[in-house]
Ligand binder design. Sequence first.
Ligand SMILES: Cc1cc2nc3c(=O)[nH]c(=O)nc-3n(C[C@H](O)[C@H](O)[C@H](O)COP(=O)(O)OP(=O)(O)OC[C@H]3O[C@@H](n4cnc5c(N)ncnc54)[C@H](O)[C@@H]3O)c2cc1C
Length: 397
Amino acid sequence: MDLQETTADRAFRDEVRAFIAANLPKDLKEKSEAGYRMHVADGQRWHKILANHGWGAPGWPKEIGGCGWEHGRQYIWEEEMALAGCPPLSPFAVKMVGPVIAAFGTPEQKARFLPSAANGEHLWCQGYSEPNAGSDLATLRTMAVQHGSSYVVNGVKIWNSYGHQADWMFALVRTSTDGKSQEGITVLLIDMKTKGISHRPIITIDGSHILNEVRFDNVEVPLDNRIGEENKGWTYAKFLLGNERALIAQISQSTKLVRQIKKVGLQELTDGSPLIDESDFRAKLATIEVELEALRVTNQRVLFEAKTGSAGNGGAILKSKGTFISQALSELLLEAVGYYGSPWQMEALEQGWNQPPVGPGYAKNAMPLYCRQRANTIEGGTEEIQKNVIAKQVLGL
Ligand SMILES: Cc1cc2nc3c(=O)[nH]c(=O)nc-3n(C[C@H](O)[C@H](O)[C@H](O)COP(=O)(O)OP(=O)(O)OC[C@H]3O[C@@H](n4cnc5c(N)ncnc54)[C@H](O)[C@@H]3O)c2cc1C
């Protein structure tokens, strides 16, 4: 594995930069630079532009509509998009359910679901957690009982991101109570418009409505929407979790944050000296930057070794380190912008509020970002669970 960027890599980086410069719509660029909140629709719009260029699903093989890029190229692509302030793409379709359908779905399911996942047309959400099944996910109790050519689903999912906007959910359901709890789980693809699905919003500490409690009351799901074999869903669920954890590491976003913090640090304080001149600030930033560089290398190694299409248990290492770094950076940004960062007004994050925008975008976003990043150590499996996975599965303790 070569960690250095080759001449071809650098040429590719230039190509990505040029594409973004020519194709990122001006209003989205301005919105990003002014620090306004990016919405799901912004991400979908950008995803469509990328897909029209053939860049909708970089990690997928070409045969199923992807770019077939190896991990190094995917990383460059992601980093350039983050640094340029492109709207974030929803990861649920391309990075989570897409690879599962590609690996375990039928030819019909691939033809039906992958094209709209690759171009961002359909928004997906994840139905794993339940009120009594989070860390101990295998104890989930949402039941799916076969009735004719459908399953009838009853139960509750919680902490479901974007369920109120999603077209589809990939859900873990219980189809058997015999044997070990892991052995009775099945993966279903559920159309969110199906009769019997309702949701209740959960507002998070940063004031956003992203999370939901989703109820299923006698929801009919065609048998054709089952991924792989009945009761074998735990295998597919773990395949997906490895990739989910790897993406929560947010290396590209952290790289962007480092740049922003340096920019703030170069500005003059009231006494005329820039913050970067303060040794305490410099030491904190340098420590995190070194950690980030180490994570970048680990990321390349994990993805290089992930021949199966899933980051597997390596995802736990990336998530654990990545969340520590992104939380530390959000704290440092808040410290650097000082009183400009707090308190914040939700309305000020919406485009068009109090135009022209006041202050740099990153200051406006510092407090919401700080609050949002607290969830990093919980979502996708808590920090304690990642440590358990690393101890048992990676280190064999
Ligand atoms: C912002 C956000 C978005 C999310 N989005 C989704 C989503 O889209 N879809 C979805 O399905 N879920 C989602 N989740 C849910 C997330 O996966 C769960 O919150 C997480 O797995 C923890 O489960 P829990 O909340 O039930 O906590 P619990 O499992 O009840 O854990 C409580 C505490 O006990 C600790 N603990 C539990 N078991 C052990 C153990 N064996 N060893 C040591 N410590 C332990 C945990 O680390 C934690 O600190 C999201 C969560 C957040 C915060």
